[in-house]
Design a protein around this ligand. Structure first.
Ligand SMILES: *Cc1c(COP(=O)(O)O)cnc(C)c1O
Length: 401
């Protein structure tokens, strides 16, 4: 499978998109090939009347970097374009993006339905922090759209999906859930962190909001924490001018620039992440000490057909179980030499971690079992090293089990 094609193609857009789309760059006396970093907190008005007009909403000049900045705007234009959305908002982190989206959609008394396998921070937000504000969430297994239909109440305002889910790689049929939600006027948000716009465009499948932890594949180099929302222009204006203005999770111009740089190589990196992941998944699935490998590109994945239909590739994330459970998994994680024992994902480096005690330690023991996060599960974010080196490293670590 190859990435999406558009006219011009996806890779061309990642590199040149902003040239066509970002009006600010053309206004500069020097046309820099790289978007300038507007490292400015505030922007001067021409006169008092200009300032007043901006505050009345009659003039869209930049005011203050929490509300908008030309470097952020270049990234927003590009992300909206790559996700086939009307508008985007970039934020300080993936969690700032989710929080901003939820607070734009929901108020006290409202209800969310979400898939039950989520990034640990999202699960904590939905089950601990939001209930303190009177917003409750029902989490349901993501593999059957009917589960979402059954959990909807008169108070439901938002359905949140993570597909593929972190770390179980369970998929949710976005189009089927969107159809259920829209009959009741409910918005659907999809966390597209694992696929990126290169492999999946939730808006094209009927979702209303796409959310990214841009910390991962979009930044791609393990040097930035950031988040993105893409959706309808009027909704995004509300998210920016009400929620972001008051909650304040804005991104720094420098971090926005790092993401613009990351985007230029996104398709090339994703292709290699996938190629490497497929080889590593096959190696693991034949290894006698590995009891289970979860990768959407393996025919043994329960939703392989849905992955083929909904995604343009299978991504770079693998979860696996070592024969001997948790202790065996620990031996592997403690003995890898090339792979790095660290949370996060989507970096050029191969990262290995233990969901039950690290990224998903916000789940109780019972919750872990219920959503299918085996205490022995090891999560691998396959990087861009030579794949034979990654495999050799795993082989020598597995030998010690
Ligand atoms: C990392 C991650 C988040 C949270 O993003 P941050 O940038 O760390 O705030 C949300 N969803 C998924 C799927 C993630 O992997």
């Amino acid at each position: 499978m190859s990435g999406k094609s558009k006219n011009p193609g996806f890779a061309t857009l990642c590199i040149h998109g902003k040239k066509h789309l970002d009006k600010h760059q053309g206004e500069l006396p020097i046309r820099a090939i790289s978007t300038p970093i507007f490292q400015s907190s505030t922007f001067a008005f021409e006169n008092a009347e200009h300032g007043a007009a901006v505050f009345r909403g009659e003039d869209s000049s930049y005011v203050y970097t929490r509300l908008g900045n030309p470097t952020q705007a270049a990234l927003e234009t590009e992300m909206a374009y790559l996700e086939n959305g009307e508008a985007a908002l970039v934020l300080a982190s993936g969690m700032a993006a989710i929080t901003t989206a939820v607070l734009t959609c929901c108020q006290a008394g409202d209800h969310i339905v979400s898939s039950d396998t989520l990034y640990g921070g999202t699960h904590e937000l939905f089950t601990k922090t939001l209930p303190r504000l009177g917003i409750t969430t029902t989490e349901v297994p993501g593999d059957d759209p009917a589960n979402f239909a059954h959990a909807i109440t008169d108070q439901t305002k938002l359905i949140h999906l993570e597909t593929p889910a972190n770390p179980t790689l369970v998929l949710t049929d976005i189009a089927a859930v969107a159809e259920i939600a829209h009959k009741k006027g409910i918005l659907v948000m999809v966390d597209n962190t694992f696929c990126t716009p290169y492999l999946q465009n939730p808006l094209d499948l009927g979702a209303d909001i796409v959310m990214h932890s841009a910390t991962k594949y979009i930044g791609g180099h393990g040097d930035t924490v950031a988040g993105v929302l893409v959706g309808k222009a009027d909704w995004m204006m509300k998210a920016r001018m009400e929620t972001l203005r008051d909650v304040g999770g804005c991104i720094s111009p420098f971090n926005a620039w790092l993401l613009l740089r990351g985007l230029k190589t996104l398709p090339v990196r994703m292709d290699r992440h996938m190629e490497n992941a497929m080889e590593v998944a096959q190696f693991l699935s034949y290894h006698p000490k590995v009891s289970q490998v979860i990768y959407p590109g393996l025919k043994t994945h329960q939703q392989y057909e849905l992955a083929l239909r909904q995604q343009r590739g299978f991504g770079g994330m693998i979860s696996f179980m070592v024969e001997g459970g948790r202790e065996a998994g620990r031996i592997v994680m403690d003995n890898v030499q090339l792979c790095t024992l660290a949370v996060s994902l989507g970096d050029v480096d191969t990262l290995i971690e233990h969901p039950a005690t690290m990224t998903h330690s916000t789940y109780s023991e019972e919750e872990l079992l219920k959503v299918g996060i085996d205490p022995g599960m090891v999560r691998l974010s396959v990087g861009l090293e030579n794949v034979e080196d990654i495999i050799e490293d795993l082989r020598q670590a597995l030998k010690l089990v």
